[in-house]
Design a binder for this molecule. Structure first.
Ligand code: GSH
Length: 207
């Protein structure tokens, strides 16, 4: 059994999708971030970074194993199940490159936009516009890459697609024109969205 501590944001949804896709039994726990559930000493023993999502693998060899950071969780579950990562070193590296680009470049831009639009007092227009325009540039990069492709890497659905899909489906709603300027992302996302595991993962804690 895997315990999942999460919220239904893009980061959480990436892990929900992978857990649904790989078929491991898991128990989801909704975290009250506004109430500070992720900052309690008890939770920080599991995740010193005080963020979600995280998983705790109760069946790991050697005892309970907590995995923090979204792309590390995707990699762990792929390694544990032998699914959704290519074995060829070149393709494997490409998967890692797309994981990194989406999570370490695009993710923080949406965090910046969200913070300046909703949390930092004064709604600083210049800061919001900066984060949005940088995110739009990176969506342009994703759109160019997906031209003529069914998946991010090679001919197979992988954790690179699972990591990018919630950004395309959820985060893009915060861009002024959504996915309209990005027809290749839109086409690719429609295909990913048709997967039953993706639908289950995306709906966790949203109904
Ligand atoms: N680098 C982390 C970022 C995770 C993250 O920012 N999670 C948000 C929810 S989507 C969170 O826990 N926020 C609480 C906080 O920042 O205090 C990852 O990729 O998992």
């Amino acid at each position: 059994m895997i315990d999942l501590y999460t919220v239904p944001t893009a980061n959480g949804q990436k892990v929900h999708i992978m857990l649904e896709e790989c078929g491991l039994p898991y128990q989801p726990h909704l975290m009250d971030l506004y109430g500070g559930a992720h900052r309690t000493p008890e939770f920080k023993k599991l995740n010193p970074f005080a963020r979600v999502p995280i998983i705790v693998d109760r069946d790991a060899p050697g005892g309970d194993f907590a995995v923090c950071e979204t792309i590390a969780i995707l990699e762990y579950l792929a390694a544990k199940t032998g699914q959704f990562v290519p074995t060829d070193p070149r393709h494997r590296s490409e998967v890692q490159q797309w994981l990194s680009f989406v999570s370490t470049n695009i993710g923080p831009l949406f965090r910046g936009e969200y913070m300046f639009a909703n949390v930092v007092p004064g709604k600083i227009r210049g800061a919001i516009d900066y984060f949005v325009s940088e995110a739009e540039k990176d969506f342009g990069t994703l759109n160019d890459h997906l031209d003529g492709r069914s998946y991010f890497v090679g001919d197979s659905y992988s954790i690179a697609d699972m990591n990018a899909y919630p950004v395309a489906a959820t985060s893009s709603q915060r861009l002024p024109n959504g996915l309209k300027p990005y027809p290749n992302i839109h086409r690719w996302a429609k295909q990913i969205e048709a997967r039953p595991a993706v639908q289950r993962g995306m709906s966790l804690f949203t109904k």
